[in-house]
Design a binder for this molecule. Structure first.
Ligand code: MN
Length: 137
């Protein structure tokens, strides 16, 4: 892998059926990371999996309440895929009960972020991921 240092672009996929949430996250990422982050979006899990297969993703933000297969099923398929299984996946969901978060972590989400999205929590979680990648390279 070529080390691109701090100018390295982060490619993030957001799977979300609510266009307002997609716009919000797009705005947050743009204002925080500018051109260092590229956001791909899908409004259902099937399209999300297609995009995951077609791109080199650094992170997937995954809604749980989705039309067709839900976020748990999308996560299960990602984790069952040899190529995609190591991509970090953060749940981004309105299911905010403590037991929901436990279920989410048990299911294998790397982070469980609840709506309304905390900008600080989202950015800190992504920054931690970037720092982690840097250590590994
Ligand atoms: Mn949803």
């Amino acid at each position: 892998m070529i080390e691109q240092g701090k100018n390295r672009v982060l490619t993030i996929l957001y799977v979300e059926d609510n266009a307002a949430n997609t716009r919000l996250i797009a705005h947050l990422l743009r204002s925080h990371y500018g051109e260092r982050a590229t956001l791909l979006t899908a409004s259902d899990g099937a399209r999300g999996l297609e995009l995951a297969r077609a791109n080199r993703l650094d992170l997937i933000l995954l809604d749980i309440g989705l039309p067709g297969m839900d976020g748990f099923e999308v996560l299960r398929r990602l984790r069952a895929d040899e190529v995609l299984q190591h991509i970090p996946v953060f749940a981004v969901t309105a299911r905010a009960l403590p037991e929901d978060a436990e279920d989410g972590i048990d299911a294998g989400f790397d982070r469980y972020l609840t709506k309304p999205i905390s900008v600080k929590e989202l950015i800190e979680s992504i920054d931690a991921l970037i720092a982690n990648k840097r250590d590994q390279s």
